[in-house]
Structures are given as structure tokens and as C-alpha cells.
Design a protein around this ligand. Structure first.
Ligand code: ADP
Ligand code: GLC
Length: 501
């Protein structure tokens, strides 16, 4: 089974969030499950630098598709190659005018969306569709797997390009419904999309063109990254205005929980740590904690309950719930370390709150992979108080490193963390602290439970050992995706999304 995996981020080359971690691990796991996977990525500078070309560049057909194909001075190319560090086969979509820029993949250095994002990511979807129908004479996928709004037009272009042939099937995976790729209605024409599709049953979202909605309407299967989030997004509360579409296509929607790359996230071998540990030998964790306290200028107290967060600073992540509980956290002898980057207003609010307790609380504004490992390894409790969370990876990393997750009961957080209720401690299933109402008061209750458990050393140790034994390998999700691909490729299943000629 040949799969084209279309996305925009790939760890360690280019990462703004969990999408990159998934991009690095899932194709490899699918490969191990017997699929032949090639990725398609825009040739952003950082990605191109980590890929070695291994075949002749293929010109992208300039007939049909988005107008940008014809307006670029240089014809876009598809460059077959492989990721130097992993050997993963990829196609780079090379259009220097669109992708080789100083700034982020989606925004410029000032944090403004690139003005031509509609064209930049439409081209990605278009390139995926042309590969689906033989743009590379040596390799043609059986199915296209498109990720998030950036690749949302791929399923639609696959249908538009079918020209009477059976459309190549596609899977569309939602990593975060809150980022939708919305553009003016006039973009439809520029992107080569039939105007007849611009209505509420098609691509329109409140007068705008939605790339996310295109993926949801035209993907032959829709997945998201946890079973709980798959249910949540069909409700008005969490559906970001797309719950109606998701309900209508409910029989095509499923949740497949992300996994963890335990080669990278293993406290017994992690080369980024000053000491190592596992469930049987925990003394290394105390050394990692001491080193972090020293590095961060915190009071070096082994008994301080160390709370951490490693997170994008965005409204989604709920970090604004922390300042109200910080005085009590410190009064009870705790410490707090936050590593994050993103929204300036959130940064300012956290900075002001934490500055009052410089020896017990630190905010580090950075995107720093090595520091993320050290902080998670040092932590007693990892905070993920997200308002919503499609899957979440840091709570899974926390579990492996014996940092008990303290989480809001939503999405993948609810699917992966079991609260330390007395029953759960008793039956050995407890792995963290879960609060239900999205409020600082509810978070405070969970924080108090963390302190209470810590005073019961043998219970704490048992919960920590259990947390560290949890496994969220990629093998199981890879098999679930493979089963889904097989289902779509079985001749008996007819796609239920509109077939376009
Ligand atoms: P999201 O994709 O919504 O940001 P996830 O929990 O799925 O959330 O993934 C976040 C990823 O980004 C994790 O690998 C986490 O360790 C990493 N990360 C987030 N913020 C930082 C940061 N400031 N420095 C280093 N890594 C970070
Ligand atoms: C998104 C989500 C996050 C998820 C990640 C990888 O960025 O916000 O919850 O873990 O994608 O699927």
C-alpha cells in the first residue's frame, strides 16, 4: 500500500508544535506496519536543508489548479529525496518565491500571517493531487493522507482532477480544528475552485473560504488525534463552527490517539540529561531536578514539589489559570518553571505573576528542545491545563519521565491521564491529576491533590511508577491508520462525499 503523507512540519527540521513530532514518527511507524510512505512537504529553508535529493526534479503541471502556478517566475518543482537523518523518502515542493522566506512557515517575523498563504498552501494540496494521478512516473500513491488545514485542499483537488477516473481516496487528519485556514471568498477563483462549491454545504465558512472545511467535506475519511476530541468536535461547544459538518460526516470520522517516539523520549537514555533514571532507579531524577533548579536560579530544594509547563503560549493552553493559584503553590512549598513562546499578552501576564517569586518561579521565553527535555525530566508535576486539547504530547512525555500530569479533562488529556482518586490509587490506575471545570479554582483543587499525594510517599511512588510504565507506542495507531487505508481501498466502499467531474 503506497501512501502520500502531506504536511508542513517535520521534527527535527521544522517544528512549531506536535504536528512536527507526529510527522517524524507516524510515517516511520506506518512503514514498520507494512505501508510504503512518502511525504510531501513545502521546501521551507529548514526542511530543504535536511533533505538530500535523490532523483530528477519533476515539473509541476501548470494546467488547471491555483493561479499561482502560472504567475510564479519559476515553475514549481517536485524534488524526490530523503531526510538525511532518518532516510524517510520525501518530495519537496520547491517554489522559492513562496517558501524560501525569512520567518516562520505560516507567519512572518512580526507574527503576521503571510499575505499569500491561500496560494502557498493551495499549491501544496494541488501538488499532492498531481502526485496522486501520476506526476511521478516512478511512484504513484494508492491514497493521500493530508494533515491539518495546510493540506486541506488536497482531498478536493483529488476529486477535481479525477476527470472521470475513480478519484484517488484521501484521509484528512485534524490536528487542531481551531486553525482553519480562512481566506476571502474571491480566493476561490484564484485557486481554481468551482464557484458552485462556495456555499454552506461546500467550502464556505461565514462568507469565507475554509481550507479546513474542504478537508472535512472531501476527505473520504476524517480522523483526529484522540477519540475524545473526535466526539467533542461534533458539539457546538468545541466544534469551532464546523460541528454541523462533522456531525453530517460522523460515519467517516474517527479518533486515533497519537503515540510517542520512545527512542527520543526515554529518561534512561536521553542524551540531553545530566543523569538518567527509570522506574526502578529514580535517584537520577533528583540529580536532574537539582541541575535544573541551579540553572534556573531556583532555590535548590529536593523537597520542593516542582510544577512545570512546556507549551506554546496561546489561549488554547490555559496558562492564564496559573497566576491565580501561584501564591498558594509557593506557600505550600512548591516551585514553578514555565518554558514557552507565543502570544505576547500571555507572556506579559505570566512574567508579572512569576517575577514576584524569583527563587521559586521562573518563566523562560524560548523554543528550546533540549531545555524541554530537561524540564520535563526534572518535574514532579507537568501542567497541561488546556481549554481544549486535540491530543497533547507533553502529558505523555511527562508520564514517561515520572512527571505526573495535571490536566483539564478534555480531548487527548482526558484519554490519557487517570486522576488520583482514592479508587484509582487503590486499583493502581491513577497516573495524574484531572480537573473538570475550566477554572483556576478547579485547577487549585487538582494542585492541592498533588501536594496531598506527595505527603503520602508510598502512594506517590506507586502512582509515579505506574505513570512511567504507561506506553503510548506508535505501533497501535499505525495499525489503526493502516486498517482505515485498507477499508478505503477496498472496492466495496464508495466515497460518500460529492464526486465531481
Ligand atoms: P501543540 O502541538 O498544540 O503545541 P503538543 O503537546 O501536541 O501541543 O506538542 C507540543 C510540542 O512542542 C511538544 O513536543 C513540546 O515538547 C514542544 N514544545 C512546546 N513548547 C515548547 C518550547 N517552548 N520549547 C521546546 N519545545 C516546546
Ligand atoms: C495539535 C494539537 C495537539 C496535538 C498535535 C499533534 O497541534 O494542538 O493537541 O497533540 O497537534 O497531533
Amino acid at each position: 500500500m503506497k501512501i502520500l503523507y502531506v504536511c508542513t512540519e517535520l521534527f527535527p527540521l521544522l517544528k512549531t508544535g506536535g504536528l512536527a513530532d507526529v510527522g517524524a514518527a507516524l510515517p516511520a511507524a506506518l512503514q514498520a506496519a507494512g505501508c510504503h510512505v512518502r511525504m510531501l512537504l513545502p521546501a521551507f529553508k529548514a526542511i530543504a536543508a535536511g533533505v538530500r535529493a535523490d532523483g530528477p526534479a519533476l515539473p509541476l503541471s501548470r494546467t488547471g489548479g491555483p493561479e499561482v502556478l502560472r504567475t510564479l517566475a519559476q515553475a514549481p518543482l517536485l524534488i524526490p529525496g530523503h531526510v538525511i537523518t532518518s532516510g524517510q523518502p520525501v518530495y519537496l515542493l520547491d517554489a522559492p518565491e513562496l517558501y524560501q522566506r525569512v520567518g516562520g512557515p505560516y507567519q512572518d517575523r512580526a507574527g503576521q500571517d503571510w499575505h499569500d498563504n491561500a496560494a502557498r498552501f493551495a499549491l501544496l494540496g494541488w501538488a499532492a493531487a498531481t502526485l496522486g494521478y501520476g506526476a511521478d512516473p516512478h511512484w504513484q500513491p494508492d491514497l493521500v493522507h493530508a494533515h491539518d488545514w495546510h493540506a486541506g485542499l488536497a482531498p478536493l483537488y483529488l476529486k477535481l482532477l479525477a476527470n472521470g477516473r475513480a478519484p484517488k481516496p484521501s484521509v484528512f487528519t485534524v490536528h487542531n480544528l481551531a486553525y482553519q485556514g480562512l481566506f476571502p471568498a474571491s480566493s476561490c477563483t484564484e485557486l481554481g475552485l468551482p464557484e458552485a462549491l462556495f456555499n454552506v454545504d461546500g467550502l464556505e465558512y461565514h462568507g469565507l473560504l475554509s481550507f479546513m472545511k474542504a478537508g472535512l467535506q472531501f476527505g473520504d475519511a476524517i480522523t483526529t488525534v484522540s477519540p475524545r476530541y473526535a466526539r467533542e468536535i461534533t458539539t457546538a461547544e468545541q466544534g469551532c463552527g464546523l460541528d454541523g459538518v462533522l456531525r453530517a460526516r460522523g460515519d467517516r470520522l474517527s479518533g486515533i490517539l497519537n503515540g510517542v517516539d520512545y527512542e527520543l523520549w526515554n529518561p534512561a537514555t536521553d542524551p540531553l540529561l545530566n543523569a538518567h533514571f527509570d522506574g526502578q532507579r529514580m535517584s537520577g531524577k533528583a540529580r536532574v531536578k537539582r541541575a535544573l533548579q541551579r540553572m534556573m536560579g531556583l532555590e535548590e530544594r529536593a523537597d520542593a514539589l516542582l510544577f512545570v509547563a512546556v507549551s506554546r503560549l496561546s489561549e488554547q493552553k490555559g496558562l492564564h489559570l496559573l497566576p491565580p493559584v501561584l501564591p498558594e503553590l509557593i506557600e505550600r512549598g512548591g516551585q514553578l518553571v514555565i518554558l514557552g513562546s507565543g502570544d505576547i499578552a500571555i507572556e506579559t501576564a505570566l512574567r508579572e505573576a512569576l517575577a514576584i517569586h524569583p527563587e521559586q518561579a521562573v518563566l523562560r521565553i524560548a523554543y528550546d528542545e533540549a531545555l524541554a527535555h530537561r524540564i520535563i525530566a526534572a518535574a514532579d508535576v507537568i501542567l497541561v491545563p488546556s481549554r481544549f486539547e486535540p491530543c497533547g504530547l507533553t502529558q505523555l512525555y511527562g508520564l514517561r519521565y515520572g512527571a505526573l500530569p495535571l490536566v483539564h479533562a478534555v480531548g487527548g488529556l482526558a484519554d490519557t491521564v487517570t486522576d488520583c482518586s482514592l479508587e484509582a490509587i487503590d486499583d493502581g490506575s491513577a497516573s495524574g491529576f484531572v480537573f473538570h471545570e475550566f477554572s483556576a479554582e478547579a485547577l487549585r483543587g487538582a494542585m492541592r491533590r498533588a501536594f496531598a499525594l506527595r505527603r503520602r510517599a508510598s502512594d506517590w511512588n506507586a502512582v509515579q511508577r505506574h505513570a512511567m510504565q504507561q506506553r503510548f507506542d506508535w505501533q497501535e495507531p499505525a495499525h489503526a491508520y493502516r486498517a482505515l487505508y485498507q477499508q478505503l481501498l477496498a472496492p466495496a466502499v464508495a466515497p460518500d462525499s460529492p464526486v465531481l467531474s
